[in-house]
Design a protein around this ligand. Sequence first.
Ligand code: SF4
Length: 344
Amino acid sequence: MTALRLTGLSWEELNSLMEAWGERPYRAKQIWSWLYVKLARDVAEMTDLPAGLRSRLQELSPPLAPQVLAHQLSQDGTEKWLLGLADGARIETVYIPDQDRGTLCLSSQVGCSLSCTFCHTGTQPLERNLEAAEIVEQVTFVRAELTRRGQKLTNVVLMGMGEPLYNYDAVVKAVRILLNGTGLAIGTRKITLSTAGVVPRLVQVGRDLGINMAISLHSVRDVVRDQLIPLNRKYNVQALREAILAFPLKHGRCITWEYLLLKGVNDSLEDAQALVAFLGDIPSKVNLISFNPWPGCTFEPSSRERTLRFQEVICAAGFVTVIRESRGGDIGAACGQLRALGCC
Ligand code: SF4
């Protein structure tokens, strides 16, 4: 008997399923509400469904939440969960609370095939893509945890383990479930997809989802970017820029460029000026990220002074430039530091 992943069904698919089972149309609405408003972890909780329908769903549906294998809480409030999936695969999900928002960093694959040299996840080979349900359940699981404590999950970033655009269909399906206004209702402005630069998918994802786009850039010189992100050998800096120029950016939005500052690699004033020239008139925000070393990695973080000088150059050119303070470093949850997470 094939398992029925309720959290992997779109609203339309859930309606079709109820129709195919001869159920009344409002049953889909009830189930959707249990999944995404009441954040049920098991079909057994859906007490307003008729017993027959509930037991049919129970028979087919695995638990609605991943298994928690470990949970760590940082001094700065960042939390990391190691989650076990049905086939034994493991992923990590990180929650970063701020004054006015709570951001969840999601994984889209188990491991990653891109081997970015600064990223700890890049040392973990790709095991498999996550299913849409496994992406959605990271959100429902953490939101349920937070709701119980009176905390909020307001934003989602697809910056965890894996390259989201290499798991395109599942990611698009999952994000559409997160966006659905009668369920989780996380708006397009509150969801950000981060990519290492899968050029052929960029315009398409902009059209399909209309969410925020972040690009792991880290250098605008091919000779450097080739070393940091091997995918650059396939889609170089120029190809990436052209794809972004064609990106269907919504009014008032901008592209976020993630730039990890590495001592002596990409942090000179010339690098900063080259970045300004690259950005040109693309509506842009730049996130400067400090590098968090991990065992076996030869890169070093840029000094504070160099980081500030780099920021000055980008700001002077009129771009909002934020130095992203490291979060969760004491629990191995910071950017680039994680064994199971990493897309900066
Ligand atoms: S930075 Fe992102 S794309 Fe690159 S290896 Fe890490 S997880 Fe994969």
